[in-house]
Write a protein that binds this ligand. Structure first.
Ligand SMILES: [Fe+2]
Length: 294
């Protein structure tokens, strides 16, 4: 992996590194998941044990098999409930219509973390996309190329219960509430697939970085106008009530895929610049054409 490939998408959403040596990792169970000392779960041995257990599900997973259920605790289901309560009004106010329709189709319980297996069954029936568990971060190219085959690599653990509205890394809430729902919208699922196909045609790190930025400013942080209001269709916005609230403060740029591809971003802060399409149709048509012609 080049320096440029490691530097892009190294954020709370898409830079996932999968450990290569399953036997060594299982032999030293505590070493599978490394948390930084400032991670909210660093001093919680129970949480770390469960993170390792969930990582093992992914490491032993064979594509196409049913995804084993993750052993979430009552405390963790409570984390989902807190997030869900905050997201309800935020979604009603800031989510685009296509997202809200897809959300209905998945009908999540307000007080229980959905298992990837259940979400996967519904998403697959709607768009053909398949969720596959990964232990942690994988390389951006691997993540993006899998989209071409209709595979979304998905983390399964949930953030630590001490910080229900904050996570330093992508967790199952972002994956399910963000990506799972948008993949249950056939046109957004198609765009994800086209991103994967464009990345597969790309050999240079520079071109990969350009596509990654466009992915970031559309699939992850895209906004559009709907009946005069700015609404979100990006997964990073839609999986966080805080991001949806901050969206109103952003400097909105017109949808320009070329300048988007040059626009750097900092994943560790709320996004100060967002690109806003005139409508869902405009976003879909222009992005689709751009990716097909890539
Ligand atoms: Fe994401």
């Amino acid at each position: 992996m080049t320096d440029i490939e490691t530097s892009i998408l190294s954020d709370h959403v898409d830079a996932r590194i999968v450990t290569g040596d399953l036997d060594a990792a299982i032999a030293d169970r505590n070493a599978i998941v490394q948390l930084d000392p400032d991670h909210p779960g660093f001093r919680d041995p129970e949480y770390r044990r469960r993170r390792n257990q969930i990582a093992q599900i992914a490491m032993k997973y064979h594509p196409g098999d049913p995804i084993p259920d993750a052993p979430y605790t009552d405390e963790e289901h409570q984390v989902w409930a807190v997030i869900w309560e905050a997201l309800g009004p935020a979604h009603r106010q800031h989510a685009c219509a296509q997202y809200l329709e897809a959300l209905e189709r998945l009908s999540f319980a307000p007080d229980r973390i959905p298992q990837l297996r259940e979400v996967n069954e519904k998403v697959q029936a709607i768009s053909g996309f398949r969720l596959e568990p990964v232990a942690g971060l994988v390389q951006p190219r691997v993540f993006l190329e899998n989209l071409a085959d209709g595979v979304f690599l998905c983390t399964q653990y949930i953030r630590h219960h001490s910080t229900p509205l904050y996570t330093p890394e992508p967790d199952v809430v972002h994956e399910i509430v963000g990506h799972g729902v948008t993949l249950a919208c056939p046109r957004l699922a198609e765009l994800n697939r086209l991103f994967g196909e464009a990345v597969k045609k790309t050999s240079s790190a520079d071109q990969l970085e350009r596509l990654s930025r466009i992915y970031w400013f559309t699939i992850e942080f895209g906004v559009l106008r709907e009946n005069g209001s700015v609404k979100a269709f990006g997964t990073g916005l839609l999986s966080s009530a805080g991001e949806l609230e901050e969206m109103r403060e952003a400097n909105l740029q017109p949808l320009d895929l070329e300048s988007m591809s040059e626009q750097p971003y900092d994943p560790t802060h709320f996004q100060p610049i967002l690109f806003c399409a005139a409508s869902f149709d405009e976003m879909y048509q222009r992005l689709r054409k751009f990716l097909i012609e890539w």
